[in-house]
Structure formats: C-alpha cells, structure tokens
Design a protein around this ligand. Sequence first.
Ligand SMILES: *[C@@H]1O[C@H](CO)[C@@H](O)[C@H](O)[C@H]1NC(C)=O
Ligand SMILES: *[C@@H]1O[C@H](CO)[C@@H](O)[C@H](O)[C@H]1NC(C)=O
Ligand SMILES: *[C@@H]1O[C@H](CO)[C@@H](O)[C@H](O)[C@H]1NC(C)=O
Ligand SMILES: *[C@@H]1O[C@H](CO)[C@@H](O)[C@H](O)[C@H]1NC(C)=O
Ligand SMILES: [Cu+2]
Length: 726
Amino acid sequence: MEGKNIRLCFFLIFSVVLVTLFTVFNFPTEISDKSDMLMCATNSAWCSSSKNRILRPPTTTPAAAPLLRNNHTEDVPHHPLDPLTITEMNKVQKVIKSKFDGSVYSVHSLVLEDPDKSVVRAWTKGDALPTRKASVMARSAGTNYLLTVDVESGDVVEHDTSGISGFPLVTLEDMQNVMSVPFTNAHFNRTIVERGVDLNEVACLPFSPGWFGKNEDGRRLVKLECFTTKDTANFYMRPIEGIIIVTDLDAMEVVEIVDKGKHIPIPKAAGSDYRLNAENSATIKLASPISMEQPNGPNFVIENDHLVKWANWEFHLRPDPRSGVMISEAKMRDPDTGVLRDIMYQGFASELFVPYMDPEEAWYFKTYMDAGEYGFGLQALALDPLNDCPRNAEYMDAVFAASDGTPYVRENMVCIFERYSGDAAWRHTESPITGKLIREARPKVTLVARYVASLANYDYVMDWEFHADGLIHIKVSLTGIVIVKGTSYVNMNQVNADEELYGTLLSDNIIGVVHDHYVNFYLDMDIDGSDNSFVNVHLQREYTKGKSPRMSYMKVNKTVAKTEKEAQIKLKLSDPSEFHVVNPNKHTKVGNPVGYKVVPAGTAASLLDPADPPQKRSAFTNNQIWVTQYNKSEKWSGGLFAYQSHGEDTLQVWSDRDRSIENKDIVLWYTLGFHHVPCQEDYPIMPTVSAGFDLKPVNFFERNPVLRIAPYVESDLPVCKAAAAA
Ligand SMILES: *[C@@H]1O[C@H](CO)[C@@H](O)[C@H](O)[C@H]1NC(C)=O
Ligand SMILES: *[C@@H]1O[C@H](CO)[C@@H](O)[C@H](O)[C@H]1NC(C)=O
Ligand SMILES: *[C@@H]1O[C@H](CO)[C@@H](O)[C@H](O)[C@H]1NC(C)=O
Ligand SMILES: *[C@@H]1O[C@H](CO)[C@@H](O)[C@H](O)[C@H]1NC(C)=O
Ligand SMILES: [Cu+2]
C-alpha cells in the first residue's frame, strides 16, 4: 500500500509567538519583519518557493487582493458531481434572464442539480457525463421560483413551490444593500443622534427575523441591529441596545423601528479591540519556531480539480454555497484485498441552529439557521494561508453565482492538507518481563479538508478529517466574537437576586447572552453498496442469577430499526448504545455484517419546547441521531426555503412518515450541539471551542488497517533549520 510512501517532512517552525498567530492574521504586514522563517536543509528549491509564499502581499483588504491564481474560465466538468463551471453558469444565466423576460428577478442559489444517484453510481471514468443540470432558486415579483435548467438545451422545469412557506437564502447583495436602509429614516437618525452617537460611526447589520406568526408572513424581512464603530475594530462590543429596524428586503424600506433601551449606555471601546496593538501587545512569546512542512509535496492528488486521492482514500469534494462543501463518493481501498469499497455516498453540513435565550423584544427572534438563511458556503471567505491552514496546505477555489446569476470566483475557500501532530496511530512496547524487546509504533497522519464560515461575529471552522485506518472525523470549531447585549450594569452587586439577565455580565455594560449552536450533518452512508440497515447496539445490565460469583454484567443487545421513528435517537448517558450502519447483505469472513458506527460528541440537546416556533423550524435538534429513507429531495434538514419558514418541511416531518429503513438506501443524520453560557474569557473575543464526532469502521475490515501503515525512520524526516527572513 501507499503507506510506505508516506514520507513526510513536517517541521516545527516558528517564529514570533504562537499566541500571535491570531493577531498576525489581522496584521499580515507585520509578520515579515518579525518572523524567522525556516529553511529546509534538504531541499533548496522548496525553500525558495516557500519564501515567496511568505512574502506575498498582504491580503486583508479586497482592494489589495492579488490577481486570481486561476480565473477558472477554462474549467470543464469531468465528473457527474463536479460543480457548474463558469461557462455552464453563464449559459444558465441567459436562460434565467429570458425566462423572466425583462422583469426584475434575483438569483438566490444556482448550483449543480445532482444527477440521480443510480446514474452517478453507474458512471465510470471515461463515460460521457450525464446531462448537466442546474438547480436555481430565484425570486421575481414576490414569488419564489425553484427551477431545473438543462445546461445544454436550456429547457426549464418549474417546480411548484406554492405549498411551501419561507424564502430562499438571502443574497450577499440583499445584505449589502439593506445595511443603508435605516439611514433613510428620519426617526432612526434622530434617535441615534440623541444617544450622542455620530451617524457616520454606525454600522447596522442584517439579522434574520425567524418566524413567529403573521408578522413574519407574506414578506421577506430582516431585523437590523446597530453598533458604533468608534474607536474599535470590534464594534460587536459596542451595541446600540434596544433599537431594531424591521426592514422589507424586497421593497428595501423600513417597516417598523423598535426603539427601546434609551437608558442603556453604549459600552466603552477600551479593552475591546482584538488587533495586535499597544493595548494587546504580545507578551506571551514562545521563541522557538514550530510549523508543519512537506518539502517533497503532498501525498495526495486532486484529480481533475475535485477528486481527492490520499493513502487508501478517495472522495469527491466540491464547494457549495449552502453547506460549505459536499463530500461525495467517499471510498476506501481495502488494504488487504485492494478493492475500492463504498463508505459514504454524500456528506455535508445540512443546517445550523443558533437560538439566543433572551425573550426580550430586541432579542427573542435571534434563532438563526445559518445554512438555509445565509448560506454557510457563501459566508466562507478566503482562508489565510499559514494561519488558517498549515504551510503544507493546498487550496481549492469556489465558483458561486451573484444575485443576477453572474458567476464569480471565491478564491482559497477550502484548504486540504495532511496533518501530523506528533501522535501515534498505534503503539506497543513489550514488557521486559516477557523477555521480548519489541517496540512498535505507527505515526498518525491524516488528511483534512477545511473551510471557515464567518457568520457576522461568529466563525465556524469546519473540518472533514480522513484517517488512514478508515475513520472519518467531522469537527466543528467555534471561534470569532460573541454577540453581546448592552446593559446599564457595571457590577453584579447592582443586580437583584431575582432579576433575569439572560446571560453573564462580561464587562462594563456588556452581557453575553446564553445561547446554543447546533450543526446538523447529512450522511448518506453506503456501506459496500446502497442497501443498509441501522442497528441500535444497546448496552444493558444483565443479572447472573447465581450462576457466577459476579452479580451483574453489561450485555450487548442489537436491534435493527425497521422504520424511521425507531431511529429517532435521543442520547442518554445512563442508557447507552452504539449506533451502527451495516450492510446486512455482506459479511466478514467470520460472519459479522460490515458496518460503520457514528460516535457521538458535542451532544448538547435543545431545551426549547418542541412547539416553540424556532424549535419547530429547527426540529432536527429534537434528536441527535435520525435515519431516513434516501430521497433526493430531502437534503436540507431545516427545509428547502428555511428563511421565515414555518417548519413544515423539516427532518422531523420527513422522519414522522415512518418509512421503512431496513435493508434500504438510508441516510444518517447527526446533530452536533454546544450550549454556550458566556464567561469573561469570551470578552472581547472567544476562545475556540471544538467538538467532533466520528464515523468509524465496525467489522468493516477483516483486521486493523493500521498494520499496513509504515513507521517513520530517522531518514524519512529531514531536519530543518530556521533562517532569518529577508
Ligand atoms: C483567464 O485565464 C486564461 C488563461 O490563463 C486567459 O487566457 C484568459 O484571458 C483569462 N480570462 C479572463 C476573463 O481574465
Ligand atoms: C440620516 O443620516 C445620514 C448620515 O448623516 C444621511 O446621509 C441621511 O440623509 C439622513 N437621513 C435622513 C432621512 O435625514
Ligand atoms: C433487546 O432489546 C429489545 C428492544 O429494546 C427488547 O425488546 C428485548 O427484550 C431485549 N432483549 C434482551 C434479551 O434483553
Ligand atoms: C420525497 O421527498 C419529498 C419532499 O419531502 C416528498 O414530497 C416525497 O413524498 C418523498 N417521497 C417519498 C417516496 O418519500
Ligand atoms: Cu456561542
């Protein structure tokens, strides 16, 4: 196997200070004169190219952005699941334009419509591509359109959306344009000025209004909330509390201004900025360099732009404006037989739910569904090489559509890299008492695909990590800035014992409001083929009834879920189970069905009432695990049109149909959750909080694939020396 080719040169560099990695991100110009850069003693060609990378121009402002590495105008599709190319999008755009025939319209999503799964599965390299189709969400004259456009013929199929509540995701243009709307309102100007704030130092951000009843029906709304940008980059810490500008997104006009909280002071700027400056000087310095390097290049290849091959893995990866990335046809070559085996047909982040736990007027509606409302991929901006991803990373660009359907390139949206963090995948030392001198170890090297979605204040780092032993680790890291609420309090001794703050006093006049984060993943497992079953491997106490000196033991009791409702799983520590997806038609030599299990983590469960409108809309948080029968139309667990939706097109509704899931093509859904009770360390920026769950082989291999991983020897890993930067 290729394991023995895994010759990696990872180095530990470093320079200034580990702790400044984050701040350097904001001041890239400062890095060149502060850093010692490393040279690899064994490869001078690599050294010079790496130096060029360091000396790239700063890229913080769009104006300073360098020319595109690749403008993608010449891309062509090679695989049935390759995203639409610029050429294809341009064709689709023309079709849309003529369909709306001169009337005003906006394109909210323009992506590949996946060919039928059976067609993709039957396709092999060299075959002609199946018909290329686009799925388009558009709006015109107050109506939602859902269209399938045949890229070549231009044929349009219009799907009936009249029975579905809600709207498609907002466009970046919607958001940009609506930010100036409050300033067209004299009352707004007056109330801002009355608070002693300069109108030129106010930023109003658009937040989705959720859905609570008739106020949110019939028109597309946003609620803007404003901050003063005076004296800090971290304006989130300076909310102008209590003012909500309810705005109609189609008419671009103010509907209502909620103006409360005049008595609430605007928190001061001092202490809030996060940039490296006099206030935040780097006093924690770790002087010795540390980095991850691969002077001989990566061990993976990306074939035809999207097919990633590494170690025994191969999978198709495409950026997606709604989910971030879609991983498709993940397969692993069996290290014993050499056969390429199906594991997962498709996996992606389907929906998010971020409910804030404050029922007051300026806060109750904050119940965001970031994928369906804002586009988790649309908000995934260019990564910062060296800080977001290690030096050995490669980058993938996305091509997305603007609101008029024009394609544009989102450069460096995804990074792909091999990771070696000094951990062992497996090790054993034989005890000297056995008389054997055996010491064996195998390095843990993994492949990571990463993107980072920045939803206003919050940043979500999303990792799909593939391990050489067949495990897939799916990790979500929350970082960025907590959104806060203004208050008149500056000390807890001013707060009555029975008064509800809905959060923690973080600093003078600042409350961090309690909230949750949930990410729901769609995982269409195909273990050695499409027909699979879901098995609850229940662990229960069993009594020996006098047959043993032991009174009790833990016993495994496996139950195959017959229908969807039997697979609605709420995790319980005191009543544990493992959850396996198996292929009941395929067994190992010793007779176990081949399978993968989902290993839960990030197990926060929602405490909202199931009948509460936000909970109904994000009902995918009612359970941590779900299994549904595969249905091409059921991908977005909060509903296709999630924005202001009523919650009648959700994973809960589909699962309640209670279809058969035994020995069928099934989809596993996992909801990762975090409760967040803010604390003072969340001010003025948030430490990164991570949780990741696993998809792990169970009786999938005949024996542990780690056996085939080559160990490192001294000559595998060149020793690199630090050198001063130019
Ligand atoms: C894109 O790049 C190709 C090849 O580098 C070049 O020929 C073409 O003119 C470029 N197109 C645009 C629109 O910049
Ligand atoms: C509100 O203030 C802004 C900024 O000074 C100004 O451009 C705008 O015209 C004002 N709007 C009204 C209605 O007075
Ligand atoms: C195994 O679990 C099922 C479902 O909970 C239950 O009906 C059955 O009695 C259990 N069997 C044993 C032997 O405990
Ligand atoms: C597939 O999903 C769509 C949307 O939820 C639904 O209308 C349709 O009835 C489903 N088909 C089956 C066979 O469940
Ligand atoms: Cu949080």
